[in-house]
Design a protein. Structure first.
Length: 574
């Protein structure tokens, strides 16, 4: 009885303590940050839900963040308090602030640590993935895999890229003859998945010296390709808010991911053991030609294949399978779409390719030229092609970068106006969708597809992603740090050179052979009398409805990019 009385007497003090703690967390801890009005109980979750409900039900969460930022007067950063669902979320909106997060410092020699929220994708990437690895572990992985992504080595993969692109062209030809509707998403994913799994009898390999036949009919595809596609699809949003998760996952989807992830792991581990045995036998009998595939580099110097090494290798294979196909497939879809509704850009890219490869638009001519002794020079001459790639990735970056500032470090970022913000214990989200449409940098054309803005500055190589290239706008040149689809600093994307090479090669083979027409979302509006496309004041075709990004792990066109395709006049047989 006495204990009960003590407990009852202490309740007011407990309530006061909880109230003061909650008030500190909601009202004071991040009070210096621009933010929406916080609720004492809900933080920003309730008002954020209201923002989500206002627009397209499956739009990507980055689009919601853009709307929140606009409502706050477009600050360089803002805070969302979504505790206890996850840590407070600091959204970085300008390149000057993003650069402070991504660069190396004394406290973070390899830039700020990656966020623990990447654990949500463990089935897809693996818990020891190079994507989420930290510190010295990450440094060791990066050093191990760098040779496989060296520019000169990647050029040796051109025959393989062209070979796999031929299957893509054959599939497009079939749709052009059938005049049917199809999802470009599926074709582009299969193409880039096929490239990332280049087979061993071809000169060079990217991931694992294994052909998964991803571009063949589904009943002829390798099992891993089909299972991996199902696993990615399981991350499709089932409710409003796109990629934003409150930490309470859908049970059925999680169970499905467990099953798919387990099956993929088993297949990849069997493959790792088989390749290790083949490697040992090859080295014993012939000395073996060294491969630079991710699998070969993972096993380099390994004498005993322990369960731990198998697990780690499996995680790296999954990471490169996903990252190696995803960015390029998204880039191609948006590039084909934007070119199809921007006649001046389509004419410009075709004119440049005519000048480089001659007036014959046959992919065979492009292939033979690229495989010649001066193929690398031809690739470097594709300035407008590179501008299209750069502008597409500016408007439609596949993802942002989430970091975590550990509590107690006192790390602060300085805003353009001079004041600073503390990032302690917050997830820091570099929102590339916002940064790359910043009106202070890109002006009133920030939302327009204008490849011309990059002419004279079309370099998309990894060399441009260095911290020192953070020049101020105003000289007519866009600051290097304001274009960051592959992120920047020490942890920039290891595969960006491969993505650029793939995209240039595929665009060179396709844009003069085909005319694409969007179906459904983003379809061109036509004059009711003439039936001709309606051209707006910006030189683009008007559309009946807007095509937008949704979340499927990364940001992808909402409807799978439903298209029809036709041959251009004079297109010959492959």
């Amino acid at each position: 009885m006495m204990l009960l009385n003590v407990l009852l007497a202490s309740l007011p003090f407990v309530a006061i303590y909880l109230y003061q703690t909650l008030r500190y967390l909601r009202k004071k801890q991040y009070a210096e940050w621009p933010q929406l009005p916080p609720s004492l109980l809900w933080g920003h979750m309730k008002i954020l839900h209201e923002f989500i409900e206002r627009g397209e039900s499956k739009r990507h969460f980055d689009i919601v963040l853009s709307e929140v930022r606009e409502s706050l007067g477009n600050p360089p950063a803002f805070m969302l308090d979504v505790r206890p669902a996850q840590r407070a979320l600091g959204v970085i909106c300008t390149h000057e602030v993003a650069e402070q997060v991504s660069k190396n410092t004394k406290s973070f020699p390899y830039s700020m640590a990656k966020s623990p929220t990447y654990a949500a994708f463990d089935h897809l990437l693996g818990p020891s993935s190079i994507v989420s690895a930290q510190g010295e572990e990450w440094k060791g992985l990066r050093r191990r895999f760098n040779p496989g992504f060296a520019p000169q080595h990647l050029l040796s993969l051109l025959p393989c890229i062209l070979d796999r692109s031929w299957r893509f062209l054959e599939n497009l030809d079939a749709h052009a003859r059938a005049r049917d509707e199809f999802t470009l998403d599926e074709l582009c994913i299969n193409l880039t998945f096929d490239i990332i799994d280049i087979q061993p009898d071809k000169p060079g390999a990217v991931t694992m010296d294994e052909d998964f036949h991803a571009q063949l009919p589904k009943d002829q595809q390798g099992e891993i390709a089909g299972l991996y596609r199902q696993l990615v699809t399981s991350y499709s949003p089932g409710s409003r808010g796109g990629s934003f998760r409150w930490g309470i996952g859908d049970f059925q989807k999680r169970r499905r991911r467990n099953a798919l992830g387990g099956r993929i792991d088993a297949l990849l581990k069997d493959l790792i053991r088989r390749k290790f045995a083949e490697k040992a036998q090859s080295e014993k009998t012939t000395g073996g030609k060294k491969s630079r595939s991710v699998l070969a580099l993972s096993l380099q110097g390994i004498e005993e294949l322990t369960p731990q090494i198998v697990d780690q290798t499996c995680d790296q294979l999954k990471s490169f399978l996903f990252a190696g196909h995803d960015t390029t497939s998204i880039l191609l879809q948006w590039a084909f779409y934007e070119l199809s509704r921007t006649p001046r850009a389509l004419n410009a890219i075709r004119t440049e390719l005519d000048q480089i490869f001659g007036p014959d638009p046959s992919p065979s001519v492009v292939r033979d030229s690229l495989l010649s002794d001066h193929g690398d020079q031809l690739i470097r001459r594709m300035s407008y092609v590179s501008a299209v790639i750069k502008e597409t990735l500016r408007l439609y970056p596949p993802s942002g970068s989430a970091r975590l500032e550990p509590p107690g470090t006192g790390f602060r970022v300085t805003l353009p106006e001079g004041n600073s913000l503390c990032l302690d214990n917050a997830i820091v989200y570099i929102c590339e969708t916002i940064i790359q449409r910043d009106e202070a940098v890109y002006g009133p054309t920030k939302d327009e597809f204008m490849p011309e803005r990059w002419l004279g500055d079309t370099d998309t190589s990894m060399e441009t992603n260095v911290d020192s290239s953070n020049e101020k706008p105003g000289s007519g040149r866009i600051p290097a740090s304001a274009w960051r689809p592959f992120e920047r600093g020490p942890r920039n994307c290891i595969g960006q050179e491969l993505a650029n090479l793939e995209a240039r090669t595929i665009l060179a083979c396709t844009v003069r052979r085909y005319d694409f027409s969007k179906v459904g979302l983003g379809e061109v509006a036509r004059d009711s009398t003439s039936g001709e496309p309606i051209v707006n004041s910006k030189g683009q075709y008007e559309v009946q409805s807007r095509l937008f990004n949704t979340a499927q792990v990364t940001a992808k066109p909402m409807d799978g990019t439903r298209m029809r395709v036709s041959f251009t006049p004079g297109a010959s047989e492959l």
